[in-house]
Design a protein around this ligand. Structure first.
Ligand code: NPW
Ligand code: ADP
Length: 286
């Protein structure tokens, strides 16, 4: 079956807030990552989750010095990452990977995340860790259907599939089928014309035709991770399942970059921070 053009923004209507709603209706997101030199990645994911509407955004950072960067956004609830804080947070959605690094601590946190009952988004080093570790892969495969989203770029996809980014790019529909068979997760294969596939039978692969090469800048994927987590957390009470949330988030992210381009912002020099604010604008268009 050929991929189908992604057309999911009508689902945004389900996010409309009723007058009685409070932050509990928008859900609690916990993002784990930000090891040495990579606090920026987790700040971008956190800000994206906040501006895309999560009720609470909590950050568990690995590098103690990250606090000086993260303090820039006081709405974020900040803690040093530990297995205890992860368990106590009782997050609805856990997102793990941006700037996570590949230390033993990172591996332990990922293993706990894979065994948690929260919905899960795995990106970046979360995927690199799983690629090299059969036990983590088994934990991933054992998760309940539709509870997990993985967001590899072609380099991360290649590590998971034990091939090269070039091979992934030669046949992206084949690569996403292989990633789904390998992991049992909802797969978002990033890059030009991002593909999204659900483990549910008969669900066609979705292809996002929006977006542009101005999005090729470090941190743009971290924003997507935060947006997926935020739509998933709102979706719990607003009836958007994790596959639908992934579709909406990918399309919003790319549509925001297109919208900025139409306003003369980018492609060259477009920043993930600008995209975050434009995503909020698009979510609130009725
Ligand atoms: N502000 C911060 O703190 C930031 C921190 N960050 C953190 O840094 C860590 C390293 O993550 P990373 O993605 O930068 O490097 P890495 O995993 O080695 O990937 C490169 C490989 O992937 C490939 N490839 C990628 N995209 C492709 C495409 N569209 N199409 C084709 N190929 C593509 C690429 O291929 P090639 O260049 O050979 O064409 C190369 O092989 C990680 O923890 C992350 O969270 C970042 O989030 C940035 C902001
Ligand atoms: N040429 C392009 N066309 C459309 N989207 C792109 C293009 N290049 C990159 N992107 C998008 O930008 C984001 C880059 O993510 P990623 O490579 O994970 O960045 P990082 O890890 O540095 O944050 C993805 O959502 C990807 O689909």
């Amino acid at each position: 079956m050929n991929p189908q053009e992604l057309n999911s923004l009508h689902l945004l209507r389900r996010l409309i807030r009723q007058p009685h709603e409070h932050k509990g209706h928008a859900g609690k997101v916990l993002i784990i990552g930000g090891d040495t030199g990579m606090a920026g990645s987790i700040l971008l994911s956190g800000r994206a989750a906040l501006h895309a509407g999560a009720g609470w955004v909590m950050i568990g950072f690995l590098d103690e010095r990250a606090i000086s960067v993260l303090a820039d956004q006081p709405e974020l609830m900040l803690s040093h990452a530990s297995r205890e804080m992860m368990a106590q947070a009782q997050a609805d959605v856990l997102a793990i990977g941006p700037g996570l690094g590949q230390s033993q601590q990172a591996r332990d946190l990922l293993s706990d995340a894979l065994q948690s009952s929260a919905l899960l988004v795995i990106d970046a080093d979360g995927l690199n860790l799983i690629a090299g570790d059969a036990k983590l892969m088994k934990q991933l495969k054992s998760r309940p259907t539709l509870s997990t989203v993985i967001t590899p770029h072609p380099g991360e996809a290649a590590k998971l599939l034990n091939t090269t980014a070039e091979q992934v790019q030669i046949n992206r529909p084949l690569a996403i089928d292989q990633l789904l068979a390998l992991t049992g997760s909802i797969v978002v294969l990033k890059g030009q014309h991002t593909l999204i596939k659900s483990p549910q039978l008969n669900e066609p692969t979705q292809m996002c035709l929006k977006g542009h090469p101005g999005m090729g800048v470090a941190g743009m994927g971290d924003v997507l991770t935060g947006v997926i987590a935020a739509i998933m957390s709102q979706g719990i009470k607003h009836h958007i399942n994790p596959f639908e949330a992934s579709c909406v988030a990918v399309e919003l992210h790319a549509a925001a970059a297109d919208s900025l381009l139409n306003q003369g912002i980018g492609p060259i020099g477009l920043t993930p921070t600008e995209v975050i604010k434009e995503i909020r604008n698009l979510i609130n268009i009725k």
